[in-house]
Write a protein that binds this ligand. Structure first.
Ligand SMILES: *[C@@H]1O[C@H](CO)[C@@H](O)[C@H](O)[C@H]1NC(C)=O
Ligand SMILES: *[C@@H]1O[C@H](CO)[C@@H](O)[C@H](O)[C@H]1NC(C)=O
Ligand SMILES: *[C@@H]1O[C@H](CO)[C@@H](O)[C@H](O)[C@H]1NC(C)=O
Length: 281
């Protein structure tokens, strides 16, 4: 009798323990197969399923990641979503644009699409696809930042001979400040050791993502009249036309010219004033 009870208890204990083991294996089976099983190697998966955002600046190189692990012998393609153009299949490039290239890094399991000298029209969605049935895919949204150059002040400036002139331009919205800002007088580049004694300065503010470039003319002469161009490495050039006016011009003529009217008009104003003054005396 006691033996029977003992056997029953043992049977019950065994039942529960095997059941417990069974439950345990079930709940961990997914995990353990991931780690050790062979099944997973025949079914590729993409590590990231959400859209990844990549922000790059125009003219630089962009790297679009695709974490495609356990691919067995499946190929990985990159497709431009805008026009469904196949860009690469594994390492082979399928577009007549040598800026595109695809490479694999074994250690990270990453298929990267490299796009050199990014242009504004490259912005948009790209899709990484694994040739399984059904197809696996992940998307990358490429954002292209285009810095802009602005002139500080008027693009037509009138100054009196002998005055100190500062011409400034600002580069806004760049991820990285320009590596240089060139200045030109007409078509001629202005160098730091220029014979005019002109000074060039560049200041970058990281929090506002802006760079201000200045060209300082300590004492403007009439022959300094002309076009001055600010040409940053990563942004468009802007030009200011500087008019250096002889000091004997009346102050009123210079003021009216500086407020946006043509110099011919201001000269006429000066002549009229002169004639009126002549007749009054
Ligand atoms: C990607 O950028 C878009 C805006 O263009 C935003 O709505 C989305 O949340 C971003 N996704 C991630 C994962 O940062
Ligand atoms: C991949 O291909 C190679 C030869 O091309 C073959 O030896 C290997 O077994 C294949 N692997 C899988 C997982 O299909
Ligand atoms: C400045 O540039 C403008 C436009 O390019 C041109 O028409 C003008 O002749 C130039 N002026 C001088 C003084 O070089």
């Amino acid at each position: 009798m006691t033996l029977e009870v003992g056997q029953i208890l043992m049977a019950v204990a065994l039942f529960f323990s095997t059941d417990a083991i069974r439950i345990d294996t079930t709940s961990h089976s997914h995990q353990s197969r991931r780690n050790t099983g062979t099944e997973v190697f025949s079914s590729p998966f993409l590590a990231e399923h959400r859209v990844t955002n990549i922000t790059t600046q125009i003219g630089t190189h962009a790297y679009l990641p695709c974490k495609a692990r356990q691919l067995a012998n499946k190929s990985v393609s990159w497709v431009r979503v805008r026009d469904d153009h196949i860009l690469t299949v594994d390492r082979t490039v399928f577009i007549a644009d040598d800026r595109f290239q695809s490479f694999f890094v074994e250690s990270t399991g990453m298929w990267t699409l490299q796009l050199k000298y990014v242009q504004a029209r490259d912005a948009g969605l790209y899709e990484c696809q694994v040739s399984t049935e059904p197809k696996l895919s992940a998307r990358v949204h490429l954002h292209v930042v285009v810095p802009r150059t602005e002139l500080i002040g008027e693009s037509n400036r009138y100054v009196k001979a002998g005055s100190r002139v500062i011409i400034r331009c600002v580069v806004r919205g760049a991820l990285e400040p320009p590596s240089y800002v060139f200045w030109y007088f007409g078509l001629e580049q202005i160098f730091t050791d220029n014979r005019h004694g002109w000074i060039m300065q560049t200041e970058s503010e990281s929090d506002t993502h802006s760079t201000i470039a200045s060209l300082i003319i300590p004492s403007a002469r009439k022959r300094d009249t002309g076009n001055y161009t600010c040409n940053p490495s990563n942004s468009d050039a802007v030009t200011v036309l500087l008019h250096v006016i002889n000091a004997e011009y009346s102050a009123s003529a210079v003021t009216s010219a500086a407020s946006g009217h043509g110099s011919v008009q201001s000269e006429i104003v000066a002549i009229i004033v002169a004639v009126l003054v002549h007749f009054q005396t």
